[in-house]
Design a protein around this ligand. Structure first.
Ligand code: DPM
Length: 357
């Protein structure tokens, strides 16, 4: 296997969708600022999730739907890193893989994109029975709970396809729900008609953050990635991922979070719902973290060793002690929900999906 610095060109794996390519180019651009002499080459591939478009995501039910092909290329050294939306990455990566950087989080909120017909409406003022397009269980459960006058229907495909389906005058959708982050990166911010506040609508674990996946043992690449780290995002996302990992949920049950880090106090809210949103198990925990004041400063000059991972995240320039605290808080929150029967709700949701047509 070759490592990143012995070759001149660093190969970067990416899905082919416009959003994936925008995200990949963004990370390369950031890296070039720190390493102007390095050259990068993008290698695109299609994943199973891109190819299977006739089934809903939960029904396919595979954890690494959008990542498997890319991870194989990483493992075999055909590429050196892969940029992902963090929320698409399972909380446990395949053996030998790690997150080598987490970049500053974009807006993590969900956004409503209205069809032209209803452009002056909001979700709550849409007429009874209007159809909202989403294939996210998390979004549909929260919609069913908060907006019982609306109907939810599945919609698949990349962002371009979805907007086309929404704007199709013959199409069924009055609105679709998408991550604000993706819309902003695509330069479609002007299509956002409403942002859903975390007080009412929780977001997906890791939503809005980009993660760089690489070989855990690539000790040449890891230090190159280090300047990309955003301390706050990394701490929040490790906490969120630890919550999801402890619950054991992938995209097979409605699970969502929101988090903040203010004056070293980390707060996380997490919830699980029944598919129809009728049952909700939700709680919030806070913890004052011990975050050293030099967190995020350029790292010590000692030789780079294979790092301990926190939910598959290498600490980079974030201190292990901060991440340990974040991981613990996520775990504690999951245990709190489990005490209130979260696992039963999740198992019921999973069975309902498996038994549906
Ligand atoms: C995952 C979900 C969705 C994506 C499930 C969820 C949304 C599927 C849908 C795990 N990945 O959020 O509950 O709404 O039908 C995805 C998007 C982004 C990354 C698009 C989106 C962009 C935002 C980001 C698809 N993955 O959610 O609108 O970088 O966080």
């Amino acid at each position: 296997m070759t490592s990143a610095d012995t070759r001149d060109v660093i190969r970067v794996g990416s899905r082919k969708s416009e959003l994936a390519l925008i995200q990949t180019r963004h990370v390369i651009q950031c890296l070039k600022e720190y390493h102007p002499k390095k050259e990068f080459e993008i290698v695109t591939m299609s994943t199973k999730g891109d190819k299977i478009l006739d089934k809903s995501l939960p029904k396919i039910g595979e954890k690494s739907l959008f990542t498997e092909e890319l991870e194989l290329a990483l493992e075999h050294g055909r590429v050196d890193f892969v940029v992902h939306s963090l929320k698409d990455l399972p909380t446990s990566l395949p053996e030998g893989m790690a997150l080598g950087a987490i970049l500053k989080r974009e807006d993590p909120r969900d956004a409503v994109v209205m069809s032209k017909k209803y452009k002056d409406k909001t979700l709550s003022t849409l007429p009874e029975g209007c159809v909202i397009g989403t294939s996210s269980l998390r979004r549909s459960a929260q919609l069913a709970r908060n907006m019982p006058h609306l109907k939810v229907e599945n919609i698949r495909g990349n962002l371009n396809t979805r907007l086309k389906k929404l704007d199709d005058k013959e199409g069924p959708y009055a609105a679709i729900i998408l991550a604000a982050a993706g819309l902003k990166r695509m330069n479609w911010e002007d299509r956002i008609s409403e942002l859903l506040e975390p007080e009412d609508t929780l977001y997906a674990v890791g939503q809005g953050a980009l993660g760089v996946e690489c070989r855990e043992s690539d000790l040449k690449l890891l230090p190159l990635l280090e300047p990309l780290y955003d301390v706050e995002t990394t701490i929040r996302c490790v906490c969120e991922r630890s919550f999801l990992k402890t619950l054991g949920g992938g995209c097979s049950a409605p699970v969502a979070v929101s988090s903040t880090l203010i004056d070293k106090e980390l707060t996380i809210t997490g919830a699980v719902w029944s598919l129809d949103g009728q049952e909700e198990i939700k709680d919030t925990l806070k913890s004052k973290l011990y975050i050293p004041d030099d967190d995020g400063k350029p790292p010590r000059k000692c030789p780079y060793r294979e790092p301990k991972l926190y939910c598959s995240v290498t600490p980079g320039k974030v201190s292990g002690i901060s991440l340990m605290g974040a991981e613990q808080l996520g775990k504690d929150l999951a245990k709190c929900l489990i005490k209130k029967n979260a696992l039963r709700v999740m198992v019921e949701a999973r069975n309902e999906i498996l038994n549906s047509k």
